[in-house]
Design a protein around this ligand. Structure first.
Ligand SMILES: [Mn+2]
Length: 354
């Protein structure tokens, strides 16, 4: 945590602020270690305050030893005033993407400091994972692989999409997940054309492809993976489209390398689909960062300017979705290393016929 606080403090000057107010709860947890449901950080060059309410004082002192824990009296804004006055700050950064308009207005009015809107300051730090974070993410990915084996052992024609999602959720919670990363996608047959088709009451039938996108949170870190299965023997079109997605996904995963731009990585899969005449059916970006949140920086799409760096953990998840037919998506979590990419989810990617 102290390294994170040091890295954060180095960003005050380049952002032209004396201190920053951190209101986003995940950013607060990332910088301080405190994971209660309320509290803000106020960080300057020499100060590190954690302001929280009565319920969390003891927990905050224990989890965020480097912070001066202050009790939130009556209302938060009032509690911040003396701290700001004492430090003599004139420019206070705040997280504009996290700010509620009414709260911002009140702060701008009552805090004796200029409020400077900033975006993604902590999110940019969170992009590059420490060895410890990589260990947690990689262990989580291993559990997803086990969960995929479990899916293969229970899925069958005649089963409802929702029942598969429920069994999968129970399995992951039994494996120690704190919660699911998101509501699972189980999209069979024509529903596969919906990239985010949540598990429904539809019964899965023989002859259909089923896209299953799932993940769970282990030790506070989210995981995310997708596989598409065939119920019964896939027909020629199903095999063709599946193999195209698989090739695009594999090529992109193989291309992961520090120094590569996000848009260049996205183009690896997109160009292949384009040559095959399917680019119009790949309407979303290639992937995204994974960490404390399922979707975090970097964003990987055709416009992404982010340069890949060792320590980033990203998803590679191209898909093809054809209305009236169905869809295929394959997704892995990949850690960017010094020399390339390390695929964390290792489940088979050849088309499995159940
Ligand atoms: Mn994903």
């Amino acid at each position: 945590m102290s390294e994170r606080l040091d890295s954060f403090r180095k960003l005050l000057k380049p952002n032209n602020i004396d201190a920053m107010l951190i209101t986003n709860s995940l950013n607060r947890r990332y910088l301080s270690g405190f994971d209660g449901s309320s509290g803000v950080l106020l960080i300057g060059h020499d100060q590190a305050y954690l302001v929280t309410d009565f319920r969390y004082i003891e927990q905050a002192k224990e989890q965020a030893a480097q912070f001066d824990v202050q009790r939130w009296q009556d209302d938060l804004i009032k509690s911040l005033v003396p701290l700001i006055e004492k430090a003599g700050w004139t420019k206070l950064g705040f997280e504009s993407k996290d700010a509620v308009y009414a709260t911002y207005q009140e702060m701008a009015e009552k805090l004796p400091v200029d409020m400077i809107p900033l975006e993604d300051v902590v999110e940019n730090l969170r992009m590059v994972k420490s060895d410890q974070e990589l260990k947690v993410l990689s262990r989580g990915a291993q559990i997803l692989d086990q969960a995929f084996d479990y899916i293969c052992s229970i899925i069958k024609p005649g089963m409802m999409e929702r029942d598969l999602a429920l069994e999968l959720e129970i399995y992951l919670l039994r494996q120690g997940a704190e919660e699911t990363s998101f509501r699972f996608i189980v999209a069979s047959g024509e529903r596969g054309a919906m990239p985010h088709g949540l598990a429904s009451t539809k019964v899965m039938k023989k002859g259909e492809l089923v896209t299953i996108d799932f993940g769970a949170v282990f030790d506070s870190y989210a995981t995310d993976m997708t596989r598409t299965l065939s119920l019964g023997k896939a027909d020629q079109r199903q095999r063709e489209i599946y193999n195209l997605v698989r090739e695009g996904q594999q090529k992109a995963a193989d291309a992961v390398n520090p120094g590569l731009k996000g848009s260049e990585l996205d183009a690896v899969a997109r160009n292949l689909f384009d040559q095959a005449g399917y680019a119009q059916y790949f309407g979303h970006g290639l992937g995204h960062g994974v960490g404390l949140e399922t979707h975090e920086l970097p964003v990987l799409n055709s416009k992404s300017k982010t340069i890949l760096q060792p320590g980033m953990v990203i998803t590679i998840e191209p898909g093809i979705y054809i209305p009236g037919w169905g869809g295929v998506r394959i997704e892995d979590m990949v850690a960017v290393t010094d020399r390339g990419g390390d695929v964390l989810t290792k489940s088979a990617k050849q088309l499995i016929n159940i």
